[in-house]
Design a protein around this ligand. Structure first.
Ligand SMILES: [Zn+2]
Ligand SMILES: [Zn+2]
Length: 311
């Protein structure tokens, strides 16, 4: 028996590994339910981020959706965020388009697509997946091996609305558990702008996660927007935000700043005096503005100058 040299042995071992990888890829291709979702590694050709939850299209492209409302054209990661933004705005989404699950490059009008609900294939932001196919026939074909039920867009949207409040609780708990949102700690995490402790302001605290995954805690939106205007006086290096969480003023829950409604210029005072009070629902922001004055603005319209005008 001939002994292999170290080099020959390495080549043989490498071959064995490659073969195993090829075999498992083959299994994947034969099983229509084992479509890779989310993409790992992320696929850079898909650009975009869900403003409602921060998830990126380069990973979650298979369930991506676009729509229009009075604020313009929007994109979301999933039916969950589509339904959530409908509730937040109080508006029915218009001109909804959906990515096809197996051809995520392709966006089609949602009312021409068919959705398989509750199959073995994974969804996004839900335990009850809702994935799009170009026709009823193709949706039905998929259910034969992967289970689930084919439905129209309007029925699937109704279901997403019904499931929303339960899912929001679940998603909120998971974000804390996974460290996507970190509660500020009293006497430890300081607001970089005013040096106060954000943990003491449970109706106003906010946090920014930068591209390097560092978390910056703020006592309030006034300090947050002052920081966003120019972070340099407060931190040693430049900060590019990946995600910003603010507090829903009525409930104290964390919500995405990008899809929040801000009451600016009201009589209600916060940790720094004048604030942009954040709301999950436009209707609740408008209701407080009728009692306490002020204007309801979207994230893009808010600025430090609008929160604290020069006297
Ligand atoms: Zn989302
Ligand atoms: Zn502050």
């Amino acid at each position: 028996m001939r002994l292999y040299s170290r080099r020959e042995f390495n080549i043989i071992a490498l071959g064995a590994v490659t073969l195993t990888v090829l075999e498992s890829a083959q299994v994947l291709a034969d099983d229509p339910c084992a479509v890779q979702h989310p993409f790992m590694p992320p696929r850079k050709e898909f650009m975009g981020q869900c403003p409602n939850c921060g998830m990126v299209r380069s990973m979650w492209a298979r369930t991506w959706m676009t729509f229009e409302n009075s604020a313009g054209k929007q994109e979301v990661c999933s039916f969950h965020c589509l339904a959530d933004m409908a509730i937040k705005s109080g508006e029915k989404p218009q001109s909804v388009e959906t990515a096809l699950y197996v051809i995520p490059e392709k966006m089609v009008p949602a009312n021409t697509a068919w959705f398989v609900v509750g199959s073995k294939a994974k969804g996004t932001m839900t335990l009850n997946s809702k994935i799009a196919f170009p026709s009823e026939k193709e949706a039905e074909e998929f259910t034969k091996s992967c289970g689930g039920k084919p439905q129209s867009f309007s029925d699937t949207f109704k279901l997403a609305l019904d499931e929303l409040s339960k899912e929001k609780v679940m998603v909120g708990q998971k974000r804390i558990k996974d460290g996507k949102i970190v509660e500020p700690v009293d006497n430890k995490d300081q607001c970089p702008v005013c040096q106060m402790y954000p943990a003491r302001y449970p109706k106003n605290r906010c946090q920014l996660i930068d591209k390097e995954k560092a978390i910056h805690h703020f006592c309030s939106t006034q300090c947050l927007f002052q920081f966003l205007k120019d972070p340099k006086p407060f931190v040693s290096k430049d900060v590019s935000p990946m995600m910003i969480w603010v507090t829903d003023y009525p409930s104290g829950s964390w919500i995405s700043a990008k899809t929040a409604y801000f009451l600016v210029g009201s009589r209600v005072q916060g940790p720094m005096g004048q604030e942009a009070l954040a709301f999950d629902k436009n209707a609740e922001a408008l209701s407080l503005s009728r009692q306490e004055s002020g204007d309801v603005l979207m994230f893009k319209e808010v600025s430090f100058e609008k929160i604290k005008p020069k006297e």
